[in-house]
Write a protein that binds this ligand. Structure first.
Ligand code: SOE
Length: 364
């Protein structure tokens, strides 16, 4: 079945999504950007068939099966509801929404309309993340003791750096955590199969103003202490002002039998820490668990990266649309979970108190 995909937004993420849709053999039907002129420009730049004047026009096109929402965060809720109301499948960028109430609304709407609705927690699609998950699931890691995670970037390092994300109206009350901390907590719960049950946090906005934003309120960095339902302890550091760190999502899980370390900037290997000597295992499908081997597109030594992971995410989303049930697909429920965790971290930082999180029903 050849799907026809539509795209809302014409920036960096629309580029990534459209490449992934192409790799998953979709027809790239149309795009809508901020103005009709920008839509036509985006269509030309991204190699998409058509530039629509507005979202209504895209949604009225019966040829479009699935819509990718790649717009600033504050627009996600209304645009996604409109897509679902039009009966189309939807992929919505993270953070899914700015509030838990809106994310719950989207989950309910997608369920009721019976459409496939996914969120690109694309790092789940690195084969070595699947390998880590399979080791924990299979008991090779043992009883989980601790989780040490960080997600560090430097693209907002100086006061002169600016972007729509620093504007709370467009990006949300949380910036660093909602933007990248959401990937980290998603990965932690995905790999461990455990759930975060309480958080304490502290955060800082180092630059109160940036060139086009005189009053910046959302955070540049946040530190979190956490506990899980399974009894593990954890610490997280999330920062967009860490010099030299470009997109360093690092996760280290210590179990009674071994530690596992995954570094998104070196995704072709996995560190297995042991008391008698540690090892680094390569992404070689011949020796990996089945799900990790499934996502290995090319032989060992032929580096896979971010776009490949994203392609895997879109391929599995389209497989779900076709009626399959791919393992580990991040759906709107997972988007909601990340928004709940973000809100809990914000509340914990504001109050200086621990904040408890409910364990989602499916995971009980
Ligand atoms: C910018 O911080 C950004 O593009 C995020 O928005 C993405 O989700 C992350 O994958 C890379 O960094």
């Amino acid at each position: 079945m050849t799907l026809t995909a539509g795209f809302v937004g014409g920036g960096f993420m629309a580029d990534v999504h459209s490449r992934a849709a192409r790799s998953a053999h979709a027809r790239l039907g149309g795009v809508v950007s901020s103005t009709p002129e920008r839509s036509i420009e985006a269509a030309t730049q991204l190699g998409i068939d058509h530039g629509y004047a507005n979202l209504d026009e895209l949604l009225a096109d019966p040829a479009i099966d699935v819509v990718h929402i790649c717009t600033p965060n504050a627009q996600h809720a209304a645009q996604t509801l409109a897509v679902i109301a039009a009966g189309k499948h939807v992929v919505c960028e993270k953070p899914l929404t700015l509030t838990v109430a809106d994310a719950e609304r989207l989950v309910a709407a997608a369920r009721e309309a019976k459409v496939t609705a996914t969120v690109p927690f694309a790092y789940r699609f690195h084969p070595m993340v699947r390998e880590a998950r399979a080791r924990v699931q299979g008991g090779e890691t043992g009883r989980l003791f601790s989780i040490h995670g960080s997600y560090l970037q430097d693209w907002l390092l100086t006061e002169a750096d600016d972007n729509w994300r620093v504007d709370a109206e467009a990006g949300g009350a949380s910036r660093a955590f909602a933007d990248i901390g959401s990937h980290l907590v998603d990965l932690i719960e995905f790999v461990t199969g455990d759930r975060i049950t309480r958080v304490a946090a502290t955060m800082r906005t180092f630059f109160g103003s940036r060139p086009n934003h005189p009053a910046v309120t959302n955070e540049d960095a946040v530190a979190v202490v956490l506990e899980t339902a399974g009894g593990a302890l954890g610490t997280l550091l999330v920062s967009q002002v860490a010099p030299g760190r470009k997109n360093r999502l690092h996760l280290e899980i210590a179990g009674s039998a071994e530690s596992i370390g995954f570094d998104q900037e070196n995704p072709e290997s996995l560190w297995l820490g042991r008391r008698r000597g540690s090892e680094v295992i390569p992404r070689d499908p011949e020796f990996l668990h089945a799900d990790a081997a499934r996502l290995s597109l090319v032989p060992s030594g032929h580096a896979q990266g971010y776009q490949d992971a994203f392609n895997g995410f879109v391929t599995d989303t389209y497989a779900a649309i076709a009626g399959e049930a791919p393992d580990g697909l991040p759906r709107f429920e997972d988007g909601l979970r990340a928004v709940q965790l973000t809100e809990a971290v914000m509340r914990a930082a504001a109050s200086g108190e621990w904040v408890e999180l409910a364990v989602p029903k499916e995971a009980e």
